[in-house]
Ligand binder design. Structure first.
Ligand code: FDA
Length: 396
């Protein structure tokens, strides 16, 4: 029977990072994955250029930018393996990158450069990778574990679970990591799709259908949480970075408040135009400030009609409300089919924040997205995968 020190389940961002680090410490490492290719989510991420980290992540803002039942859990790993550490790795390998807005870092070339680098580093450290290998069971055996796979059983001193979340099942996402956690008695914080487009009920869709494809910078608010980013109207509801971000906070029944023209006093400008250019239809006057279809939509939502000259100050105040405080209540999300990540997962209460080891099951580790740590859009989720993988790789 094959024996090794560390078996890693999942050859994604977190699993490959943990494998490299453990192998560099001289541990015999085997990374298993049921997919045909490793790191598939790295390959498709960031439009093929992988938004691999975020330069603006700090210890101070991490508890806000990572959602978890215990937002402080991620701090230890994130402060020991930082964005600068991953950047240094890419720089040393000659992988060029650039910064987009809000500190988001992307490869200049293809995301596959990062996968190739991780695979090279794993091989160089002596780690082994077995693809197209399904995992049947993980059981305790003495002090270690017996992992039963489609390629035969493996005895391992440590098992690192890095099987990711549930999003995009057709790319190999599965519930294996959650099932293993439950079998060993670890709590699972309820999972739900996050960083995901939100959907409207039929009657709302009928009103917003003409706006499908329209994108604009907005200020999107849900309670105290708000994001100043682009919003995109779709034929199912709303998407774009602002919506993906707020989707991690949104729950069924919540109403979103949207400022469709942040910082523009459009109603004030219309009030000034009322005397000089009052003969034009209200929606035409508004179309000088907003895209035409949006102008028509806003006027209809405010239930206003007629010429600009006919609008009272109260009417313009109603229009102002629709522009700056548009209230919208999605009914659901597009689900795991399109979600970028899974909120919830293996409870951080069950894990050691420094090592990612299960407190009650020595030798069993959980890293990456399978853990109840979910980052904002913009490179935060890969940074968690690198950092948690690195942390487990130092000790497993
Ligand atoms: P990951 O999902 O990467 O890896 C898990 C591995 O486990 C996979 O290789 C899978 O095949 C394997 N596995 C699963 N079940 C198994 C089983 N039963 N048996 C064997 N193997 C199994 N984040 C970010 O920071 N910047 C970005 O630009 C993007 N962009 C992006 C785009 C899209 C379309 C998606 C879906 C996601 C993103 N993300 C992102 C999120 C990011 O991809 C994600 O958070 C990380 O890949 C998580 O890394 P993990 O290693 O934890 O899981």
């Amino acid at each position: 029977m094959e024996k090794c020190d560390v078996v890693i389940l999942g050859a994604g961002a977190a699993g490959l990072m943990a494998g490299i680090e453990a192998a560099r410490r001289g541990r015999s490492v085997r990374v298993l994955d049921h997919a045909r290719r490793p790191g598939e989510k790295i390959r498709i991420s960031g439009g093929g250029r992988c938004n691999f980290t975020n330069r603006l992540l700090t210890r101070q803002n991490a508890t806000e930018r990572f959602l978890s039942r215990n937002p402080r859990f991620a701090l230890s790993a994130l402060s020991r393996y930082t964005p600068a550490d991953f950047i240094a790795r890419l720089d040393a390998a000659g992988i060029a990158w650039h910064e987009k807005h809000l500190g988001q870092l992307f490869c200049d070339g293809k995301a596959t450069q990062i996968i190739d680098l991780l695979l090279r580093d794993l091989r160089a450290a002596g780690g082994e990778l077995s693809l197209e290998t399904s995992i049947d069971r993980v059981e305790r055996e003495g002090e270690g574990f017996l992992v039963t796979t489609s390629q035969g059983p493996i005895r391992a001193a440590s098992v690192i679970v890095a099987t990711g979340g549930k999003s995009i099942p057709k790319m190999g996402a599965s519930s294996l990591g959650y099932e293993i956690a439950q079998r060993f008695g670890l709590e699972i914080v309820e999972t739900r799709p996050a960083l995901v487009p939100l959907t409207f009920a039929e009657q709302d869709l009928a009103r917003t259908a003409p706006l499908s494809g329209l994108a604009r910078p907005v200020d999107l608010r849900l309670g105290k949480t708000h994001f100043a980013e682009d919003l995109l109207f779709t034929h199912r509801g709303l998407s774009g970075p602002a919506i993906l971000q707020i989707s991690s906070y949104w729950r069924e029944g919540d109403t979103l408040r949207v400022d469709l023209a942040p910082g523009d006093d459009i109603a004030g400008a219309l009030a000034e135009q009322r005397d000089a250019a009052g003969r034009q239809a209200l929606h035409n006057a508004l179309a000088r400030h907003l895209p035409e279809k949006l102008a028509q939509f806003v006027v209809a939502e405010a239930k206003l009609k007629g010429r600009l000259a006919e609008q009272s100050n109260k009417d313009l105040a109603k229009l102002d409300d629709q522009i700056h405080r548009w209230q919208v209540r999605p009914v659901g999300s597009e689900g795991y089919r399109t979600a970028e990540v899974t909120l919830g997962g293996v409870s951080t209460d069950a894990l050691d924040a420094k090592t990612m080891e299960a407190k009650q099951v020595p030798g069993l580790y959980f890293i990456g997205e399978v853990v109840d740590v979910t980052g904002w859009l913009g490179g935060y989720n890969f940074q968690w995968a690198w950092a948690s993988g690195w942390a487990a790789g130092q000790v497993a």
